[in-house]
Structure formats: structure tokens, C-alpha cells
Design a protein around this ligand. Structure first.
Ligand SMILES: [Zn+2]
Ligand SMILES: [Zn+2]
Length: 193
């Protein structure tokens, strides 16, 4: 097995299957780490990754790079884009790797399976073989990372004056002089019943 296949297997184990998103995510992660001079498949303490979508691709990026939300090395940006930015915390160097969808031809009608749905196996094979310059756009970028977003012990803790919950890492909001959590200040995704 070559390196790509080994990394694809990591994605399969983590995600449960190899789908087009896992292939793209694996290639994105390999390209990003290569640009930073890091070894894909090995955990690197200085690597931080911002993923811009919560779909299959993100699982491959996690599996290949070893970054996790729990280590604060995985940041999720809800942009709905097949893209991720790889940041070397030791040097500040960062590259954003995105899937250059507009560069690629859409699947031909003949590439559908019996159920009239796109043939996953064929898509996976095709995506594995597309030359990198056709599949990915790699740009050097600058990332301003706040002191409360980096790995390590929390530098600041407070409590919400409305609900009493503890709030870490300066995620509180000051409204009319009161310290509030975001749920109390901006409305939450849940309703108490
Ligand atoms: Zn998937
Ligand atoms: Zn609150």
C-alpha cells in the first residue's frame, strides 16, 4: 500500500466508509501538511486546522492529521465549504487548501449506477487519480489566532450572571454591564422544557 492508501484506510476506520468526501479530505490534509513540511499520518503538536464544513471531509482531515477538538487543534468554521486551513503554531505559516470544484468537469450521466445515483466507487476512484493541481487550490494565508483559542489550560474563567453557568476562554459577552454567556445574551439553540 502506498502512503495515500494507508491514509485513506485511516479515514475509513474513523468515518466508517470511503466516500468521495473522505478522498477529498485525505488529499486536502496531505497537501496541507506537505506545504507545512509535516508528515501526514503522524500527530504534530504544532499543527492546528480550521475546517470549513461539518461533512465527511472533516473526518478525513481529523483521521489524517490527528487534530481533535478536545486538544483545541481542530477549529470548526461553519462556512459550508470544502476547505481547510493548516497552521503551524511554531512558525505562524498557514495554507488554505480548498477543493477547486469549478475546475473539474461534473460527472457524466453515464457514470450513474443502476439506482440512477452517482456511482460512489467510480467517484472515489476518479477523485483519487485527479492530479493535485486540478483538484485543489492551495494558497498561503495569514491566521490571527487569539490567546484564548490556543491549546493549553484556560487563561480565564467567569460565570454568567443570568444562568450561573461557568464560561471559559473569554466566550462571555458583556451586555449593559452584565457578564452573560452567549446562550443568555444571543439566544440558545435549545429551549428548556
Ligand atoms: Zn462519507
Ligand atoms: Zn447564561
Amino acid at each position: 500500500m502506498n502512503n495515500f492508501d494507508v491514509l485513506l484506510e485511516k479515514g475509513r476506520n474513523f468515518h466508517g466508509e470511503v466516500c468521495p468526501g473522505i478522498v477529498i479530505g485525505t488529499r486536502i490534509a496531505m497537501a496541507g501538511m506537505k506545504e507545512l513540511g509535516m508528515n501526514p499520518g503522524e500527530r504534530n503538536r504544532d499543527l492546528m486546522v480550521y475546517v470549513e464544513i461539518d461533512r465527511c471531509m472533516a473526518d478525513a482531515v481529523q483521521a489524517v492529521t490527528g487534530i481533535t477538538m478536545g486538544h483545541r487543534t481542530l477549529k470548526y468554521k461553519d462556512y459550508g465549504k470544502f476547505a481547510a486551513t493548516f497552521l503551524d503554531l511554531s512558525t505562524g505559516k498557514a495554507v488554505r487548501v480548498s477543493a477547486a470544484e469549478n475546475k473539474r468537469e461534473p460527472p457524466k450521466p453515464g457514470e450513474k449506477n443502476d439506482n440512477n445515483r452517482p456511482d460512489m466507487k467510480k467517484m472515489v476512484e476518479a477523485l483519487s487519480k485527479v492530479p493535485e493541481e486540478e483538484l485543489l487550490l492551495i494558497e498561503e494565508v495569514k491566521v490571527d489566532i487569539g490567546e484564548h483559542d490556543i491549546p493549553g489550560f484556560p487563561k480565564f474563567k467567569t460565570h454568567c450572571e443570568e444562568c450561573g453557568d461557568r464560561v471559559l476562554d473569554r466566550r462571555e459577552v458583556i451586555v449593559d454591564g452584565r457578564t452573560l454567556c452567549k446562550a443568555c445574551a444571543e439566544g440558545s439553540y435549545y429551549q428548556k422544557i
